[in-house]
Ligand binder design. Sequence first.
Ligand SMILES: [Zn+2]
Length: 269
Amino acid sequence: MMRFIRNHFLFGFLILAEFPIFLSGCASQPLTHVAGPSSMAAGPSVATANLLSLASAPQTAYHEVGPMETLWRIAKEYDVDINTLMQVNRISNPNQIKVGQKLKIPGTVGLRPVIPLYRSRPWSYIVIHHTATEMGNAISINKAHHERGFWDGLGYHFLIDNGTLGKLDGQIEISPRWVKQKDGAHCNAAGMNQKGVGVALVGNFSQTSVSSRQLDSLVFLVSTLMKHYQIPLKHIIAHRDVPGKNTECPGTRFPWNEFISRLQKFTRR
Ligand SMILES: [Zn+2]
C-alpha cells in the first residue's frame, strides 16, 4: 500500500488528491477521498479514489471514449501522461477525440475514478437507480435514452458499470449532464430532476446482486457528493422512495441498509 499526496496545477485544474493505491487482492481497503479546495480553483475540483486494478504490472489497455470524455480525464484515470497518450494514438489535438474512438493506453495498472466537482448548482438530493438491464455503459445507455426521446441522452448524471460492454466492474462514468451541470432526466417526480443528482448502477437488482466493486464505487461517489454539496443522509434516496413514483428501482435486492450504514461514517453529527 503506497500513499502519497499530490498538489499541482494541471490544465487549469487544481488537484489535491490522496491516492490510496492498491492492487488486486486488497479490495477491502477503505475508500478515501479528498476534494480540491475549489475556491482557489480555476475549474472544478476533482475527487479520486481507489484503483480498479487491471493487472499487477503495467500493461496496455484499450479504452472506448464515452460521451463528453476528455483526454485529460482519461489520462488521469489511468495515471498515464497525456502526451504519451497523444503520441501512441497519433492525436495532434486533444480536443478532437470522438465518442466510440478506441484509445490505446500504454503502461497502466488500472483505472480510478476522477470526479469533477462544481459549485454552480446547489444539488440537494441524490437519487439512486438501476438501469434494469443486464449490460450497459454510458455509450449504450446514452443511445437508448436518445431513442426514448431524451434530447440530451443519458438521463443520469453518473453511471456505475458492472463489467459489461468493455467497462470494468465498478467503473464510474460521468454523464454529459454532469459536465454541463444540467437537469437530470431520471426522476420526474418531486422536482428531483432539478434538485437531485441521478446516479445509476448498471444491472437489474430485482434479479441479481450489486457487486462489491459497484457498491464500493457508489459509496465513494455518494459520500464525495454529500461532502461537497453538504447533502444530509436523509436526502440520499432510492428512486422507489420518491413520493409519487411507482417503481421497484433500484431493485428489490439492492442492499439499501448496508449502503446507508456505510454512508453514516461520512456524516457529521
Ligand atoms: Zn430509477
